[in-house]
Design a protein around this ligand. Structure first.
Ligand code: ADP
Ligand code: MG
Length: 702
């Protein structure tokens, strides 16, 4: 597109004027020609068909009728003042009513003439009626609609734009004017060979047809082309970033597998790795031998064995003379990683330390010394370890747990801790669908552990209604008698925090009566408690002093209590799918059969029913996230909020997955052949890389 022309402020569009331009900017964020061109219709109304009056029913959407005016009359007083008209065709009579602009409309209507009327039908006193229809004098050539009004675009507008005559109709006129004056200046942005290869319509035609489609097929082609371009441009930028990074940063070469890795693998590791774990380790091994910095995302359900893979990669780095660190988003998590790593490697095998906000000054000093001398090989911690005063002798490998809690800036700080940036492995236990990952983390390499260790009993999930609560209590008592522990989780939704807290306290009271001291002990944790008390209650449960843990979703992240075998989720219909799945992941960590009980009211929305049924049917996090994506759309998937990447105007990552895969493939092919985009036919792509799209914040991704 000719940037100069389309950057013209909207004020300069013929027929706009300052007042309307100001309103457009304020209400619809339309500042220049390009913004208007990209204010796409949100639906289209079919104007190819005409109805007979006898066929009109109130449940029809907008309809079009040709009829002759036989009567018109101004009726009522003040508030109820209205214009009523009766029109007739060879099958019946329809009544039209207007409450606004009635003088002007009344004057323009002539008895005896035929009109094309268009509006939403209703039935009033048993007779067909339309309020505020569009009406225009009939002329035979209008039936052909000059080939451009068969599908009428409908635009989003606002109440405040109406006084400026900028309702959908007004926006339509403005857009028509823009296209009439400047369509010729719309330039192609995709290489010709790409248009041919993927049979895409050209750009000027796409813009014309998305606003004023000649027919349904032209509209489809236009949308297809513009969606492709949206997805293609994102992938182009992501893969370009990735390419630049590999060109700019050298990577440490982990050439050898040595003492640490081998001893751990052959003598310490108490189980066999799953095939998925082996595959991911191979991927990491390959990455770290190429002399290029690794940036890899490791996805896998809770308990799939990511930490073990991370630890073995860490040992590989140590074998090659490097130090390593593992960063977790909370102190509890950091602590748990520290404990489980210590547990896995045993004493005296490798030096491991923990650094969090609560590490004492005295210990810190020692720790800093050991880091700077290179003596300390593995540092586990929270944000505390990215502080500038934490200096490594030779940091070579970084593991980041729970990706979306850390910003890019924090990751960059870790990079700067060595002259050659360390390899980075990001772990996340929130599986997201492949297409979403491709967009959110499109410039990272992605590894997936899609297999649980053998012998793990799948968690059994049950959906239970309130009237079965007594049976549930019985089951809980039996589990406790077997020495197990139980979570009972209540929803916490900000708007009704008070109510939620009441829910939780009521539930706790019922439980205290059902599970009385001294036979039973109950921990309680909720958002309104001081952190110290939370930690105390949590610890009682971790240590096994309490059998029941009543909590709001604060337990969602992290805690590992292998002895807990039952997760009861109250008001389960109020949780999102990924939340339910995360919660369920808190149990099933030991050898025993675990259960997840979803309590709900019997009245469920269709969507809630799908969610709960899905939970009962499958334990597979990827399958669940796929359904979540279909149900809620990409913007609501855990971990994607505020990532402008998903503000797509046309494409939808849930429904346009196939197109995304095509766009990705197209970009990969291009960079394969022409990594510098130096070929003449690829010059247009350089422009696409420079172009800024509003709403997109590229610094948010990786
Ligand atoms: P994640 O980090 O993916 O949640 P972990 O690495 O913490 O998973 O592993 C969960 C539990 O399973 C740990 O107790 C770990 O020791 C164990 N584990 C990991 N891999 C295997 C395996 N291949 N076979 C048996 N147990 C495993
Ligand atoms: Mg883990």
């Amino acid at each position: 597109m000719n940037p100069k022309v389309f950057e013209t402020p909207i004020d300069y569009l013929k027929g706009t004027g300052t007042a309307r331009a100001t309103a457009l900017k304020k209400e619809l964020n339309i500042h220049d020609f390009s913004d208007l061109l990209h204010h796409y219709p949100f639906k289209y109304i079919d104007r190819t068909q005409f109805y007979k009056i006898k066929d009109i029913q109130p449940d029809l959407p907008f309809v079009q009728v040709i009829a002759r005016l036989r009567h018109k009359e101004l009726m009522g007083e003040k508030q109820t003042k209205r214009l009523v008209a009766q029109l007739q065709d060879d099958t019946g009579v329809i009544e039209l009513v207007w409450f606004q602009g009635i003088k002007w409309i009344e004057k323009s209507l002539t008895i005896g003439k035929a009109y094309i009327i268009f509006g939403k039908p209703a039935v009033f006193n048993g007779k067909p009626q339309m309020a505020h229809p569009e009406i225009e004098l009939y002329a035979p050539e209008l039936l052909k609609r000059k080939g451009n009004l068969t599908l009428q675009p409908v635009y989003n507008s606002t109440e405040k734009l109406k006084p400026f005559l900028l309702d959908s109709k007004g926006l339509q006129k403005l857009t028509a004017a823009l296209l009439e004056q400047h369509a010729k200046e719309i330039e192609e942005t995709l290489p010709t060979y790409l248009l041919q290869q993927y049979t895409l319509t050209d750009r000027p035609a796409a813009y014309r047809n998305i606003h004023f489609p000649v027919d349904a097929n032209a509209l489809f082609e236009a949308q297809h082309r513009l969606k492709f371009e949206e997805l293609f441009t994102i992938q182009l930028k992501l893969l370009k970033n990735k390419l630049l990074r590999t060109q700019k940063f050298k990577g440490n070469v982990f050439g050898q597998v040595g003492h640490y890795f081998n001893t751990f693998y052959n003598e310490i590791l108490p189980f066999n790795l799953t095939n998925a774990q082996k595959r991911v380790l191979k991927e990491i091994r390959k990455d770290t031998q190429r002399g290029v910095q690794m940036n890899r995302l490791l996805q896998g359900d809770v308990g799939s064995g990511k930490t073990v893979v991370a630890l073995m990669s860490i040992l590989l780095a140590i074998d090659n003379g490097f130090q390593t660190c593992l960063m977790a988003p909370t102190e509890i998590l950091a602590n748990q990683h520290y404990q489980s790593v210590k547990h896995l490697v045993g004493d005296n095998f490798v030096t491991v330390a923990l650094l969090t906000g609560s590490t004492k000054q005295k210990d810190r000093r020692l720790l800093h010394e050991q880091l700077e001398s290179g003596e300390l090989k593995i540092l586990i911690g929270t944000h505390a370890l990215i502080e500038d005063k934490v200096q490594f002798q030779n940091l070579g490998f970084v593991v980041i747990d729970e990706q979306h809690r850390f910003g890019v800036e924090q990751r960059a700080k870790l990079w700067r801790k060595n002259t050659v940036p360390p390899h980075v492995l990001v772990m996340t236990a929130t599986p997201i669908p492949r297409t979403l990952a491709m967009t959110l983390y499109g410039d990272l390499d992605i590894s997936v552990i899609d297999e649980l260790p053998a012998g793990r009993k799948p968690i059994e999930t049950l959906h239970v209604y309130e009237n079965q609560r007594l049976a549930l209590f019985g089951r809980m008592k039996r589990e406790i008698a077997l020495g197990r522990q139980i979570y009972i989780v209540y929803p916490l939704i900000q708007e009704s925090e008070k109510l939620d807290l009441k829910n939780l306290m009521d539930g706790w009271e019922v439980l205290s009566r059902e599970f009385p001291v001294p036979d039973y002990q109950i921990s309680i944790v909720h958002g309104k408690m001081p952190a110290k008390d939370k930690e105390f209650e949590m610890q009682r449960f971790v240590k096994g002093e309490t059998q029941l843990m009543v909590a709001t979703t604060v337990i969602e992240v992290g805690v590992n209590v292998p002895n807990a075998s039952v997760m009861v989720i109250e008001n389960a219909e109020r949780f999102g799918l990924s939340q339910l799945h995360q919660l369920r992941g808190r149990v099933g960590r030991g050898a025993e059969q675990s259960y997840c009980i979803l309590m709900s009211s019997p009245k469920l929305s269709r969507e809630a029913k799908v969610r709960l049924d899905t939970m009962v049917r499958t334990n597979n996090g990827f399958e669940i996230s796929e359904i979540d994506l279909q149900l809620r759309g990409p913007g609501n998937i855990e971990g994607t909020q505020q990532s402008g990447v998903l503000d797509l105007k046309l494409a939808n990552l849930a429904t346009d997955q196939e197109l995304l895969l095509k766009a990705r493939k197209a970009v990969e092919d291009i960079f394969e052949k022409d990594p510098q985009l130096a070929l003449p036919e690829n010059q247009v792509l350089q422009q696409a890389l420079l172009a800024k799209r509003e709403g997109l914040s590229w610094d948010k991704i990786s």
